[in-house]
Design a protein around this ligand. Sequence first.
Ligand code: ZN
Ligand code: ZN
Ligand code: ZN
Length: 429
Amino acid sequence: MKSASRTVYLTDMDGFEFESLCKTIFEQLDYGRVELLPPVGDGGRDLIIHDQQGKTVVECKHQPKTSIGRPIIQKLHSAVISEGARKGIVVTTGKFSRQAIEHAATLSPEIELIDIAMLRDLTSRAGMHIVTDQESAPIHTYQLLGTEKINGFTVGHLSNKIVSHPATVKGAYSPQRTDILLRPVYRIRYSIDAEFSTSIGVVHAERSMGQFFIDGSDGKVISEGAADYFSSTPIQNMLRWDNVSSNTIASDQPFKILASTVKEIAMDNIIRRHTQTVRYSGRNNHTYSKECTPPKKDIFISDISQEYLPEYQIDCLLLGRAQQLEFANNGTSLIHVLNDSTSICPICKEHVNQEKRSLCNECGLITCTKKYFFKKKRHALECDVCGKTLCPSCASYASRMLLMKTVLCVGCANDFTRRGKRVKTLIRA
Ligand SMILES: [Zn+2]
Ligand SMILES: [Zn+2]
Ligand SMILES: [Zn+2]
């Protein structure tokens, strides 16, 4: 069981207290049995974790103001080998130098690096909340939705997008499984102030501010829309992992990307976003072009903070047919749709984002409502008698005049046949 929420003040801690904090965290997170070694010299080992696969040697460094360099990594690696352990972990309340990160990546057995950002994530998962003197920011998160709201948002979204008759989307909807994914992200805020000159003077100025997310588990830049959507003030409370029932969490991914690596990824992304080719005329009236790439010195990353974004993955049935919807929610009643299986027409395979889709009330197929002149080419039809929404395979036709066809649902087609009228089904290739 995870303990109740507890605040840990790192500033007041000495090295020994920090080691026992690490011990508590590893125990709470079920890493294994944690042995606290007596403080002898600088052997490069403070804790040993025993699990089924073997031993892990842990070195704890409570050094918020320094970067851990390569020598500490090397020393721990030697300790791992002499101990016959399967891996090593260095935990710091500060950062790692680039040399340390690069060196650790080459080692076997593996040396895992945990910096202050990742430590904050682990601590939060263990039901505690770290406060340091430099940054008191816990990991931001957003209100999690309950089942009723999740289904309400799903039905609301689908009802907006889908026409259905006589069944309503709400009546056709049946939830199957809901997973909540807490995506760990770094929010990057930056400003840029760069000027580009040639012999004729300034040809371009790049001045702006922006923000975006980087996925904390794989280092990928997340599309701009997400950071804008989540730009309202997050709920400042730490996430209470013990409040989140574990069977609703599909994927409980930790922060795996070090804060220093995030900064490099962010810088590269900002440079790429703000590089442009500018055309200008020189004194001789010739047109020139210049690629304006902002230099790092003109880019100011003002903030890197951690958040968990709640994402909801819904498996449901609409008239018996399986559909999936994935959306993010920032605690407001607007959702940010990430993936919607009803948005691709199964007949033409095209994405339907703006126009409505149609739910066939015979078979549950959801198709585009693109208006072809000839009804037989349309992917969504309505019964001319009762108004039932139909897909092409479920529609029958009765001839009216010359080229005019009456579209019929199964029930109305049977009625027509009983009254002796000729009804055809369209055979599709
Ligand atoms: Zn279509
Ligand atoms: Zn159908
Ligand atoms: Zn009908």
